[in-house]
Ligand binder design. Structure first.
Ligand code: ZN
Length: 111
């Protein structure tokens, strides 16, 4: 078997399949991939990765991830939302949002 037929995670066999690819919950498209039969690890070719990056950039999704600091106002903590995310979501000051934890390592803010 060739190297590209083996999963790097669990050494199982890979199969060719078209898979939906999402970035920040938004569908980028369906792309050819090699998918592990056992652990579902998905591998894309370099060309496919470049195409996915291009589409993500066209959709304005590229570079939306950012680091921000937790501040304090009175007894509450606040998190600054970076401008590029504010602009992408068209958020306005005073807008009401819902916030909840998702597991121990994530906060979900929805509106
Ligand atoms: Zn695997």
């Amino acid at each position: 078997m060739k190297d590209e037929d083996i999963c790097w995670e669990c050494n199982s066999r890979l199969k060719s399949r078209n898979v939906d690819y999402f970035l920040y919950g938004i569908k980028i498209g369906k792309f050819p991939a090699r998918v592990c039969e056992k652990c579902n690890e998905t591998y894309f070719s370099e060309g496919t990765s470049r195409r996915m990056t291009m589409i993500a950039k066209e959709k304005g999704l590229w570079g939306l991830q950012a680091r921000t600091k937790i501040g304090k106002v009175g007894n509450s903590l606040d998190i600054k939302i970076p401008r590029k995310i504010r602009d992408f979501l068209n958020l306005k000051k005073g807008e009401e949002v819902t916030i909840h934890p998702e597991g121990k390592g994530k906060i979900v803010i929805s509106f």
